[in-house]
Design a protein around this ligand. Structure first.
Ligand code: CU
Length: 157
């Protein structure tokens, strides 16, 4: 009985995390760059709508949700939101919705995994990782082990 209780305690955070699967990625940043963007696929396996309230990444001064819009031939970024209906997927990608990291304190290196946290509007918080591709990466860097499934092959500061 005691063993069951311990197992349950260990399993609970994992169950909570599986409500939302986030396959996040970013691009490597050139030396001296102060901003970066996180992209990726959000999958909501819960029975309720999930809305992102805040993103926390220790390597940046702050993070915000941006949407890239085209306005009379000019590209600019406006505030966006991440709202995933139950059972649906939502994709952040270059030229569209992204998580903007401002005041990045170190270069993001290709092939590394970085931890970040999502605070949801319902009060939940979940821990995730994003994997870094090359400078011109346009899609999830599939040559690196998928995030959250396999053991971390290379963890960087
Ligand atoms: Cu942006």
């Amino acid at each position: 009985m005691r063993i069951c209780a311990v197992l349950l305690l260990v399993a609970l955070p994992l169950l909570a995390k599986s409500d939302v699967v986030v396959q996040a990625w970013s691009r490597a940043t050139p030396p001296g760059a102060s901003s970066a963007a996180i992209y990726g696929l959000f999958e909501n396996n819960s029975s309720h709508e999930m809305r992102v309230a805040e993103i926390r990444f220790a390597g940046a001064r702050h993070a915000m949700i941006h949407r890239t819009v085209e306005d009379e031939g000019m590209t600019r970024m406006v505030h966006g939101e991440i709202l995933v209906p139950p059972g649906e997927r939502y994709e952040l990608k270059p030229g569209g919705l992204h998580i903007m990291l401002m005041g990045v304190s170190f270069p993001l290196l290709k092939g590394c995994l970085y931890k970040f946290q999502i605070l949801w509007e319902n009060g939940d918080s979940t821990n995730h990782e994003f994997v870094t591709g090359g400078y011109g990466q346009m899609v999830f860097p599939a040559d690196v082990e998928p995030v959250g499934v396999q053991a971390v092959t290379r963890q960087c500061p």
